[in-house]
Write a protein that binds this ligand. Structure first.
Ligand code: SF4
Ligand code: FES
Length: 365
């Protein structure tokens, strides 16, 4: 007889869901989806041991569990906190979380160069998105930004250490995907850096995946470097018969030219299937691939500005946009403004709608 899986009830931002025991708060939030999902710069569901490094996923636990309802005194990392039965969590409904996240982003940007205009990751950088949502316009930091000696990681991968946020994703990727990891994080604290210690190139098969998992522009593709801005390229799904990986990729094209090959990513920006170095770096001709069609672009990013086929646009109604839920905060514009009086059916108005029309209905009321 199979044992029934134990489920736990958790409420995140007033939305309750049943999840299997062992689920983390972040995973539970992803099951709910939408705006209750905290950002995650270091957690990566496909990499064992990831998470707990960046603190962007902090949430407030306002009720520990049914058995012990005391709130947790400090904000916790949702990617590392397991759900307890009856737990209540606040993410976007907590001012403390908003303040803390602003602080975390300020810390992440302390030493990060503001070189988005020349960075290949611009347009698909998670730190850029976070900075846009939580960042300050100026910096309070008065000291010299950290600099590092340059390390050459070989023919495929370019390292810009000043952009690294030490999330460890690339280390886990090299550890879990390739035959022999030759890089890691050396030194501690302010001196911590990605390096190979004795100069070595990162050229194991599958090592190219570190480029896809890096949430910032610290590891970029040398074969694509400075070739184009990502929003000028067109993502196309394609595959080929490959002997060592699934061969399912996204080609980034400009006209017929293939400028870059990456793995396909899911809605959380995580790689769906890892791809090998040959597919990523060596197959740069359209004729190498069987084209499936335009890739769906559903991330809020400048890439979606290109009006590609299959771009997923939000539906018109709230519930369709929010997976059947209604917004928690909603202001009816008519309670504060007389513009667009709902009593006026614009389709019935002869000619242009002018202020005179609204003035007339005001008098009527
Ligand atoms: S290089 Fe990128 S993936 Fe590696 S630790 Fe730094 S930010 Fe993370
Ligand atoms: S995603 Fe949770 S600490 Fe980084």
């Amino acid at each position: 007889m199979t044992e029934a899986v134990k489920t736990l009830k958790v409420t995140i931002d007033n939305i309750t869901i049943d999840v299997p025991a062992g689920t983390t708060v972040l995973q539970a939030a992803r099951m709910i989806g939408g705006d209750v999902v905290p950002p995650a710069m270091c957690y990566y569901s496909k990499l064992q041991g990831s998470g707990g490094k960046c603190r962007t996923c902090l949430v407030e636990v306002s009720k520990g569990s049914e058995a012990d309802p005391r709130p947790m005194p400090k904000l916790v990392a949702s990617c590392r906190t397991g759900v307890m039965d009856g737990m209540e969590v606040k993410n976007m409904t907590s001012n403390r979380v908003g303040d803390a996240r602003n602080g975390v982003v300020e810390f992440l940007l302390l030493n990060h160069p503001l070189d988005c205009p020349v960075c290949d990751q611009a347009g698909e950088c998670h730190l850029q998105d976070l900075g846009y949502e939580h960042g300050k316009q100026g910096t309070r930091y008065e000291f010299k930004r950290r600099t590092f000696e340059k390390h050459d990681l070989g023919p495929y991968i370019q390292l810009h250490m000043t952009r690294c946020i030490l999330c460890y994703r690339c280390v886990f990727t090299a550890d879990q995907l390739t035959e022999k990891r030759v890089h890691g994080i050396l030194s501690r604290g302010d001196h911590a850096e990605i390096a190979t210690y004795i100069e070595k190139s990162l050229d194991n098969n599958f090592i190219g995946n570190v480029i896809d998992v890096c949430p910032v522009g610290a590891l970029t593709d040398k074969t694509f470097r400075f070739k184009n801005r990502v929003w000028f390229t067109k993502p196309v799904l394609a595959h080929r018969n490959c002997s060592c990986c699934s061969g399912k990729v996204t080609l980034w094209q400009r006209g017929e030219e293939v400028l870059r090959v990456t793995a396909r990513k899911d809605q959380w920006g995580e790689v769906e299937e890892w791809i090998c170095n040959e597919c990523r770096f060596e197959k740069k001709k359209t004729s190498d691939w069987i084209i499936e069609g335009a890739a769906p672009v559903n991330r809020h990013s400048v890439i979606s500005q290109g009006h590609y086929e299959h771009t997923i646009k939000p539906a018109e109604t709230f519930s369709a946009v929010m997976d059947g839920r209604n917004p928690q905060l909603l202001m009816d514009i008519h309670t504060v403004s007389e513009v667009n009086d709902p009593a006026i059916d614009l389709s019935q108005v002869n000619g242009p709608a002018t202020s005179a029309l609204y003035a007339k209905t005001d008098k009527k009321h």
